[in-house]
Design a binder for this molecule. Structure first.
Ligand SMILES: [Zn+2]
Ligand SMILES: [Zn+2]
Length: 217
């Protein structure tokens, strides 16, 4: 059994293969592979999920996500988890890519103080990227360390931000908090369906029954 807590920062270095990334580069049409770590993972769900807005991602925008997250958690039979918005912090130049055009999602996750590695969702309007399949700088909507309670979401590549950004948050949260892999049914209505290079959350509002049934407390 793996536990969600007691995480050591340097353990993340080898975890990128287990990450989820939602590709937003429409010019690239390759699917995203993801490792299904284990089926019997049990998550000690935290009492609080923290939202960490960066720069101009306002407190109001972060707070607007809370009702959606509460509904999602309720649909997952996980009511009663508090959601709090942390004070804004600033992205630093050390988190930029080599060309200084995007912020590195992996660096953002690894930059967190260890005590914050417990159910925190980073929120930004800035473009974020990872290295993926030989491409040094692949733009993404989100990145999660699967089963490790940390994820980052950027709405930079989300076309209908008001309608869909909370869904990207719930997609990444499902990887990070529930250790879920992408939907094995490839259900078009399942919020954790693999984006396969073309994120489309227009018809997704919740996990399918099979994915929801995998969550073990
Ligand atoms: Zn994913
Ligand atoms: Zn599913």
């Amino acid at each position: 059994m793996k536990h969600c807590n007691g995480i050591v920062m340097d353990k993340y270095i080898g975890l990128l293969l287990a990450c989820c990334l939602i590709a937003g580069c429409t010019q690239h049409n390759k699917g995203v592979e993801e490792e299904d770590i284990t089926e019997d993972f049990r998550c000690t769900c935290p009492p609080t999920i923290y939202l960490q807005p960066y720069n101009d991602f306002s407190q109001q925008e972060a707070k607007a996500l809370i009702p959606h997250l509460n509904q999602f958690l309720n649909d997952c039979s996980l009511p009663g988890i508090d959601i709090e918005v942390l004070p804004n912090i600033q992205l630093t130049d050390s988190l930029l890519n080599d060309k200084r055009t995007r912020y590195r999602a992996d660096k953002m996750l690894k930059s967190l103080p260890e005590e914050q590695f417990n159910a925190v969702i980073l929120l930004t309007h800035q473009d974020i990227s990872v290295t993926y399949k030989g491409r040094a700088d692949w733009g993404v909507q989100g990145l999660a360390f699967q089963g490790k309670h940390v994820c980052v979401v950027s709405d930079f590549r989300v076309k209908n931000k008001k309608r869909d950004n909370w869904k990207v948050v719930c997609h990444e949260l499902s990887h990070a908090l529930f250790n879920l892999p992408h939907c094995p049914n490839d259900d078009p209505h399942c919020i954790i369906k693999d984006a396969k290079g073309h994120p489309d959350f227009s018809n997704k509002t919740r996990l399918c029954k099979k994915c929801a049934g995998k969550i073990k407390i």
